[in-house]
Design a protein around this ligand. Structure first.
Ligand SMILES: C[S@@+](CC[C@H](N)C(=O)[O-])C[C@H]1O[C@@H](n2cnc3c(N)ncnc32)[C@H](O)[C@@H]1O
Length: 259
């Protein structure tokens, strides 16, 4: 048996990212970004994708005619995203950049950070830095969308989970074990993977991450504190989904305040 242990956005696990996220409805998520942008700034054409992963949203936005710039820290995720953009025949500006070190200056009409990447900001100083940098990257009145798992669902969710992903000859079992650090408002999750990919070998992998527990009001207040007009929160990726305590996902929309 072969074992490897790592950050899940590096090396071996990256190639299974799309399989493990097959349940996602990227069409709906990209439609939602587009609807929000069209409603608030119909002429918008330059968009920033923060923590783009394998490029699913970016490719769909580029196919709609937007000029998309993507940032992500994982060279491996970016490599996959570049390959997929080439296959889709779209041109996207991919950059290897930490979301805490964005140095754009009034370039974009809209920015989005999806896939709960925002939850990796586990302390307020990181959130402040992140929001201020995005604010600087946006033109006045620029739009920002952020999605995150509703704090209540992270607190109440049963601490053990099992998932099975299958595609052709590949089968992956994923076992999650989570614990809650109430004081830091962080959910620590350990992921254990058993991977059979058609070769004779069965391999295992281990990854772990900390996700900050955020609530709707909290994120709206943070947005309003760092240069945004907090416009609205949605209980999912559709214009008519209201936020309730049982919403699993929350999407907040803000707009850069004019000076
Ligand atoms: C959960 S994935 C979301 C990817 C994509 N947005 C989606 O919705 O599928 C998180 C992504 O954020 C990237 N990431 C994590 N920390 C980051 C950081 N500090 N700066 C930039 N990207 C980061 C990871 O490499 C990964 O591609």
């Amino acid at each position: 048996m072969n074992s490897f242990s790592q950050n899940m956005y590096e090396l071996e696990l990256v190639k299974y990212y799309d399989l493990m996220h097959k349940h996602r409805n990227y069409d709906q998520e990209a439609n939602f970004i587009n609807q929000i942008v069209q409603k608030l700034w119909p002429e918008a054409n330059k968009i920033l994708d923060i923590g783009c992963g394998t490029g699913e949203h970016a490719i769909r936005m580029a196919q709609r005619g937007y000029k998309v710039t993507c940032v992500d820290t994982s060279q491996d995720m970016l490599k996959l995203a570049r390959e997929k953009a080439n296959t889709a025949g779209v041109s996207i500006d991919f950059r290897c950049k930490d979301l805490g070190k964005l140095d754009f200056n009034e370039e974009f009409q809209a920015a989005y950070c999806l896939g709960y990447t925002f939850l990796y900001l586990t302390v307020y100083s990181e959130v402040e830095n992140f929001l201020k940098n995005i604010n600087r990257a946006l033109l006045p009145s620029g739009i920002l969308l952020i999605d995150f798992l509703n704090g209540w669902s992270l607190i109440e969710k049963y601490p053990k989970d099992k998932f099975v992903y299958r595609d052709g000859q590949t089968t992956i079992f994923q076992f999650n074990q989570a614990s809650l650090d109430k004081r830091r408002r962080v959910r620590h999750i350990e992921f254990y993977y058993i991977i059979r990919d058609g070769s004779d070998k069965v391999r295992t992998a281990f990854a772990e991450e900390d996700l900050r527990i955020f609530f709707e009001d909290e994120v709206l207040i943070l947005m309003a504190s760092y240069g945004f007009e907090a416009l609205k929160a949605f209980g999912g990726y559709s214009m008519d989904s209201a936020v309730t305590d049982s919403s699993r996902v929350i999407v907040v929309v803000g707009r850069k305040r004019r000076r």
